[in-house]
Design a protein around this ligand. Structure first.
Ligand code: FMN
Length: 408
C-alpha cells in the first residue's frame, strides 16, 4: 500500500477489545502503519485472549500496550500522554462492554482511561452478535456516544461468528481506513469546500445491448476524489463506466452517456467551488439508437453507424460560469495520443479552464487503466509544470495543491 499524505506521521491510538473480529484489527494496524501513521495499539485484557500484543508490535514497529502499562513507573502518566498526543483514536472492535464503559465515563483499564483523556476525534467500530447490538442498552449507549461527538463506523450487515446474519459485523479494515480518512480530513484545508469530480468513460448506446465506449478505468478521477476527501472537501463524484469502489464519504452519481454526464455536471457544479473533469467523455454518439437489438442476417456484410457530436460539457460549463456563479475553478484533462501540449493548450484557452492536465495516453505506463501517470500541468497564466512518472494518487496530490492555490 502507498503512503497516504494525510496519515504521514499522524499519531493514532488503536484500541482493541475482546471480540472475535480482533484478528482483523492486526490488518488495520498494518494498513495504518503502511499509510505512514505512528500506531500505538492498546489491548484490553479480553482482547489478549483473542490475539497477542506481539502481533500488533510486529506490524506497527511500536510497543503494543496492555493493562500492565497503566501501572508502569518508568514513564510520566503514559495514559494521559497517549490520550493528549494522539491525532486520532480508533477502537476496533468496540465491544458492547467497552461502549457501555465509554458512555458512562468509566475508566478502569488502559483503553478506557486513554479514551477518556483523549482530545482527538474518536472512531468507534462496533462488532458483536446481532442480539447484543440491537439490545436497547447498547443502542442507548451508542446514541449517547454519538451525541457526544464520537464517530461510529458500522457495524456492517452479514454473517457473524454466532452464525446469525444481520447487523453486527465489524467493518472491513479497508473501509475503516476510508472512514478514518473522512474524520481526519475534516480538519484540513478544503474543509467546507464543495468539489465536483468526474471519472470513468461514457457509454454511447447503439442499440439496447451495444455501446461505443473507451478504455478509461476511472482511476485518476477516483484518486482525485479521495485526495479531496483527505483534505476535508465535500466531494461529489460523477461516474461513467467504472467498477471502482466509491471512496468513503464521497457522494457518487452514476451516469452512462455524455448527455447524462453533461446534465449531472451542470447541476452539481452550479454551486460548487471547483470542478475537476477527469472523465473520458465520448466526443461522438450514434445519430440514432435502434429500439431493438440490431440483428445480423445471412446477407449482412457491413453495418454503418452514423456518429454525431456529443454535448461539449466544458463548453456548457463555461457558458454556465458566464451566466451564473458556476464552479469558481474549473480543471480539465486532455487525454491525447499526439501533439499533447499544443492540443492541451488550445483546450485550456478555448474552454476557459484555470488548469489543464495533459495526459499522453499512448504510453504504456501512463493514461488509461494503469496505476501510474505522467502528466504536464498547464495553467491559464502560461505556466507549464511537467511531472515525472508517479502514482495516480501522487498526481492527485499535485492537482489539489494547484487547486488550493487557485481557490485562494
Ligand atoms: C468467544 C467470545 C467472543 C466474543 N465476541 C464478542 C464480540 O464480538 N463483541 C462483543 O461485544 N463481545 C464479545 N464477547 C464478550 C466480551 O469478550 C466481553 O464482554 C468482555 O468483557 C469484553 O471486554 P473488553 O470490552 O474490555 O474488551 C465475546 C466473548 C467470547 C468468549
Amino acid at each position: 500500500m502507498d503512503m497516504i499524505p494525510l496519515f504521514h506521521n499522524k499519531h493514532i491510538v488503536l484500541g482493541v477489545c475482546g471480540g472475535i473480529a480482533a484478528y482483523k484489527t492486526a490488518d488495520l494496524a498494518s494498513k495504518l502503519t503502511q499509510a505512514g501513521a505512528l500506531v500505538d495499539c492498546i489491548l484490553t485484557e479480553s482482547a489478549t485472549k483473542f490475539i497477542g500484543p506481539v502481533t500488533f508490535a510486529a506490524v506497527t514497529g511500536r510497543a503494543a500496550l496492555t493493562d500492565a502499562d497503566l501501572w508502569r513507573t518508568d514513564a510520566h502518566v503514559p495514559h494521559v500522554q497517549l490520550g493528549e498526543s494522539a491525532d486520532l483514536t480508533i477502537i476496533a472492535p468496540a465491544t458492547a462492554n467497552t461502549l457501555a464503559k465509554l458512555a458512562h465515563g468509566q475508566a478502569d483499564n488502559m483503553l478506557s482511561v486513554v479514551a477518556l483523556a483523549a482530545r482527538c476525534p474518536i472512531i468507534l467500530v462496533p462488532a458483536m452478535d446481532g442480539g447484543m447490538w440491537s439490545n436497547a442498552a447498547t443502542q442507548a449507549n451508542v446514541e449517547t456516544l454519538r451525541q457526544r461527538g464520537f464517530n461510529v463506523c458500522g457495524p456492517a450487515m452479514g454473517r457473524m461468528a454466532s452464525g446469525l446474519v444481520g447487523a453486527g459485523r465489524m467493518e472491513e479494515p479497508a473501509d475503516i481506513l476510508g472512514f478514518a480518512r473522512v474524520v481526519l480530513g475534516k480538519r484540513s484545508a478544503f474543509s467546507g469546500q464543495k468539489i465536483v469530480v468526474t471519472a470513468g468513460g461514457t457509454h454511447e448506446a447503439i442499440d439496447p445491448v451495444r455501446f461505443i465506449g473507451n478504455r478509461s478505468s476511472g482511476k485518476q478521477g477516483f484518486a482525485i476524489a479521495q485526495a479531496a476527501i483527505d483534505r476535508g472537501a465535500d466531494v461529489t463524484l460523477i461516474v461513467g463506466a467504472s467498477a471502482l469502489p466509491t471512496p468513503f464519504g464521497v457522494t457518487r452519481i452514476n451516469v452512462e452517456s455524455a448527455q447524462q454526464m453533461c446534465e449531472a455536471v451542470l447541476a452539481a457544479s452550479r454551486e460548487a467551488d471547483a470542478l475537476v473533469m477527469a472523465a473520458a467523455v465520448a466526443d461522438f454518439q450514434a445519430a440514432s439508437q435502434a429500439d431493438q437489438k440490431i440483428k445480423k442476417t445471412k446477407d449482412t456484410v457491413d453495418l454503418e453507424v452514423k456518429l454525431v457530436r456529443t454535448p461539449d460539457i466544458l463548453q456548457a460549463v463555461k457558458e454556465q460560469r458566464e451566466k451564473t456563479s458556476g464552479p469558481r475553478v474549473t480543471i480539465g484533462f486532455a487525454a491525447e495520443t499526439q501533439n499533447l501540449l499544443a492540443n492541451a493548450t488550445s483546450k485550456l484557452h478555448s474552454k476557459g479552464l484555470d488548469l489543464i492536465i495533459a495526459n499522453d495516453v499512448s504510453a504504456s505506463d501512463a493514461g488509461f487503466a494503469v496505476d501510474t501517470n505522467r502528466v504536464t500541468l498547464l495553467d491559464a497564466g502560461g505556466g507549464v509544470e511537467p511531472l515525472p512518472i508517479m502514482s495516480k494518487a501522487q498526481v492527485a496530490e499535485h492537482v489539489l495543491n494547484r487547486l488550493a492555490a487557485l481557490l485562494k
